[in-house]
Design a protein around this ligand. Structure first.
Ligand SMILES: *Cc1c(COP(=O)(O)O)cnc(C)c1O
Length: 348
């Protein structure tokens, strides 16, 4: 058996990840700083992310479901806590009651189910205005929670990345909840929420996107470092003569001669068609624009600036998340979580 070497890879910067967490922890003031690692650590690899953040001192982690929790169970040694944001369905109970992870309960039915099964420690989600998951903030929350051991009472901000009145409304509702609903800790802020200031921090913060290089707020510019660098290999180099077109539906027609390279990368790798004619690669400082439409697993770039680039060489794909988001129309979240399984992932 020979180990397969994929023609596309993610260079992952472990120092940048830890540096981002440290900055978020410092911005969180006296609150503990956790880490959202759902969706396979936003596409980077949940286990690798969790190991590095545990070493840096992070103790609170968040995933979406029990499948994700199961895979991380071996990392739950003393003092490391993992919360499952989508609560417990009946189907989850066998796994959940034996797991060291805990559910974030968000409906009366989940609360009853958990209490009936013995009521091990849990977290609770209160909805304060997003109308996604959680007990309604107006409900008689205290009564429903009677007899449960609640570690963290949390809520989630709908618009933390925007200057809108809803932030203050949710904060006021949650501050009231924090006074009335007992728990070991209270937690409201995601990445953007951390940047909103001390009022939003409570006891525990839950950043996700900013750990991975996303810039959630202007305050984070210059502090958050890029973690993910996709690289793709050149499968073919060719000459485009004025009048030739490239790719599906011939959306680019050359008005002069170009040297182009075909890369092993496409929309099946999360490099969606929004990058057609707008994305960019680079090699040794030379900018190599995407020409024509992105295919499922191929894309063409202009390498006229680099006579030396040949079949088998690697180029960097521009993945500065703010710039790539503007170029593609995808959110920073979509850019990360779409990265898919075909990349070799290597940490430096
Ligand atoms: C995903 C998630 C987070 C992290 O949000 P970011 O915007 O990525 O920082 C925090 N809390 C909850 C409940 C989440 O679902």
């Amino acid at each position: 058996m020979h180990g397969y070497i994929a023609p596309l890879r993610l260079r992952l910067d472990g120092e940048a990840l830890v540096s981002n967490w440290r900055w978020l922890a410092q911005m969180s003031g006296s609150a503990a700083c956790g880490a959202a690692i759902k969706a396979n650590g936003y596409g980077l690899g949940a286990e690798a992310v969790m190991q590095r953040l545990i070493r840096a001192g992070c103790r609170d982690f968040f995933v979406s479901n029990w499948g994700e929790a199961q895979a991380l169970e071996p990392l739950l040694t003393d003092g490391v806590r993992l919360s499952v944001l989508h609560g417990v369905r009946g189907e989850d109970m066998a796994i959940a009651t034996e797991s060291r992870a805990k559910p974030v309960l968000s409906t009366p039915a989940q609360i009853a189910r958990w209490r009936d099964a013995g009521g091990k420690p849990c977290d609770v989600m209160i909805d304060t205005g997003m109308n996604r998951l959680g007990l309604d903030w107006r409900s008689e929350t205290l009564a429903v929670l009677n007899g449960l051991t609640v570690e963290t009472v949390m809520s989630h901000l709908a618009s933390a990345d925007e200057e809108v009145a809803l932030n203050r409304v949710q904060l006021d509702r949650f501050a009231d909840i924090a006074r009335r609903v007992p728990g070991e800790r209270h937690s409201l802020a995601n990445s953007a929420g951390i940047c909103r200031g001390a009022d939003y921090h409570f006891d525990l913060t839950r950043p996700g996107i900013a750990l991975y290089g996303g810039v959630p707020h202007v305050k984070a510019v210059g502090h958050i470092r890029q973690v993910v660098q996709p690289q793709a290999q050149i499968l073919q180099r060719r000459r485009l003569i004025a009048g030739d077109s490239i790719g599906y539906n011939a959306t680019f027609t050359a008005t002069r001669d170009h040297e182009i390279a075909i890369l092993n990368l496409g929309y099946a790798d999360g490099y969606l068609r929004g990058f057609s004619g707008t994305g960019e690669a680079s090699a040794g400082g030379a900018r190599l624009p995407v020409l024509g439409r992105v295919s499922m697993d191929l894309v063409a770039i202009d390498v006229s600036a680099r006579a030396d680039l040949a079949e088998g060489d690697w180029v960097d794909i521009d993945y500065d998340l703010r710039r790539a988001s503007a170029a593609s129309g995808l959110s920073q979240y979509e850019l990360l979580t779409g990265l898919g399984a075909r990349y070799d992932r290597s940490w430096a």
